[in-house]
Design a protein around this ligand. Structure first.
Ligand SMILES: C=C(O[C@@H]1C=C(C(=O)O)C=C[C@H]1O)C(=O)O
Length: 444
């Protein structure tokens, strides 16, 4: 595996063939570390196995460092992709805070880490594609083509075995007790009422010990079935046991050419038992001053953050996005860039939006660090991909967890504004654990 430093030029070989569609679950099940999954509603689904190259970076400069290393990697490509969906891409993400995501369960996660998969299966609208990549002095077309034949053979033999049962939970440990939560939320509300802050997103973590080992391939399949409109992702360091995965409703930003797509997602309510109750909850959410305020702060900030890059920014109409477990206020936002930018320029400018950080950003981040008794690591941070043209797509890593052998740590947060009630916010956190928790609790 090649570890790329800034400015190094490496020789890259990439070959792709079209294949008969192998079962996603078995492809992921038989992939080797570090594994990669990216699956978005408007994008091809990608499963990566191993790393032909890895880019890592730390600290506040991590966005620039990754961009430079990506540009160096893609500079000398000998690429036969056959289809756009299988062109070379780096998959990975960033830590939430500028520095120091080292506490458990994040020990193996640097502040930024991207993988150029060694073997990649791409499920696209125009078929399924197998890619083999190699980087370094020994990367030759012959070696890559031989590996391509071997992998194609191997994938042909994969059976679509039935999924196993969910693992079941032995024990749950909260990082934040209800009393401490109330105290933290009340302190934040006081600061907001005093005018020191406008909004802050406070999160919790929940550690669960499982009865049986977790099958991440089953979990990713089930999340895809239940949350087809969400971005599914899985990223992991090569060493250690930890895997970060989730199914998030929130897109941070996509850039293709000069077109930018993003949106504001903030303000939450539950799902009803019946369509009528669902409608009632949605209408209540749309009419709630507290939620609309919480939401509009996000939408307006994104618009302002995009403005320096954009020839025009268009805000869509605020509406409700209904997911299997919650409903959110959502405003689609698009922009046209005033010149070519790298997607990471936009990621750096937008992260963290007040949907996961707060306002003013620096004060909100300080409040988060002071209040939260755990490390956010990569939770609520950008995960996604970048290509040689500087295009890319990033989601906000919510409804997510870190899994190791028999332990999973889940994360969820809520926006706090002047009239937030600590107990209602507590309930909202529990609701946001549901997507992952539902896949860990034993089947009835
Ligand atoms: C912070 C989370 O979600 C974010 C916060 C929301 C809110 O406060 O209403 C809604 C969607 C997300 O932007 C999370 O899921 O952990």
């Amino acid at each position: 595996m090649e570890q790329l430093g800034t400015g190094e030029v490496e020789h890259l070989v990439s070959r792709t063939v079209r294949i008969r569609e192998p079962p996603f679950r078995a492809v992921l099940e038989t992939a080797t570390r570090p594994r990669t999954v990216w699956s978005a509603p408007d994008d091809a689904t990608v499963v990566g196995s191993g790393a032909a190259a890895t880019v890592t970076a730390n600290g506040p400069e991590r966005f620039t460092r990754v961009r430079e290393a990506a540009e160096a990697l893609f500079e000398t490509g000998d690429v036969h992709a056959g289809t756009e969906a299988a062109r070379p891409r780096l998959f990975g993400g960033f830590a939430f805070h500028d520095e120091g995501a080292e506490r458990s369960p994040w020990e193996a996660f640097p502040d930024a880490r991207f993988v150029f998969p060694r073997v990649q299966v791409t499920y696209a609208d125009n078929g399924t594609w197998l890619t083999v990549n190699a980087v370094g002095p020994d990367a030759t077309p012959e070696a890559v083509e031989t590996r391509l034949d071997d992998e194609r053979e191997r994938l042909r033999g994969l059976a679509d075995d039935p999924m196993g049962p969910r693992p079941g939970i032995r024990e749950r440990t909260r990082t934040t007790a209800l009393d401490d939560w109330r105290e933290g939320v009340e302190a934040a509300v006081s600061r907001i009422r005093a005018g020191d802050l406008r909004k802050v997103v406070l999160a919790q973590a929940l550690e669960v010990d499982l009865d049986a080992p977790l099958s991440l391939s089953d979990t990713l399949v089930r999340l895809g079935e239940k949350y087809p409109d969400c971005h599914r992702f899985l990223v992991e360091p090569a060493a250690g046991e930890a895997t970060f995965f989730g199914a998030t409703p929130e897109r941070l930003v996509s850039v293709r050419g000069r077109t930018v797509e993003t949106g504001a997602l903030a303000g939450t309510t539950g799902r009803g038992e019946t369509p009528t109750e669902d409608e009632w909850l949605a209408r209540e959410l749309m009419g709630s001053d507290k939620n609309v305020h919480e939401h509009d702060l996000v939408a307006e900030t994104i618009r302002d953050q995009l403005a320096p890059f954009a020839a025009s920014v268009a805000m869509g109409e605020r509406g409700v996005r209904r997911l299997a477990t919650v409903q959110h206020l959502w405003t689609p936002i698009t922009a046209e860039l005033d010149r070519d930018y790298h997607v990471l320029d936009l990621v750096e400018a937008l992260h963290p939006t007040p949907a996961v950080g707060g306002l003013p950003p620096e004060d909100a981040l300080a409040t988060i660090r002071e209040t939260e008794p755990f490390d956010r690591g990569w939770y609520a941070a950008p995960v996604g991909w970048i290509d040689a043209a500087g295009y890319g797509s990033f989601a906000v890593a919510l409804r997510s967890a870190v899994a190791s052998q028999s332990k999973v740590t889940l994360f969820a947060g809520v926006g706090i504004v002047a009239d937030s009630d600590p107990d209602r916010e507590w309930d909202e956190v529990q609701l946001k654990y549901r997507p992952i928790l539902d896949e860990l609790e034993a089947d009835e």
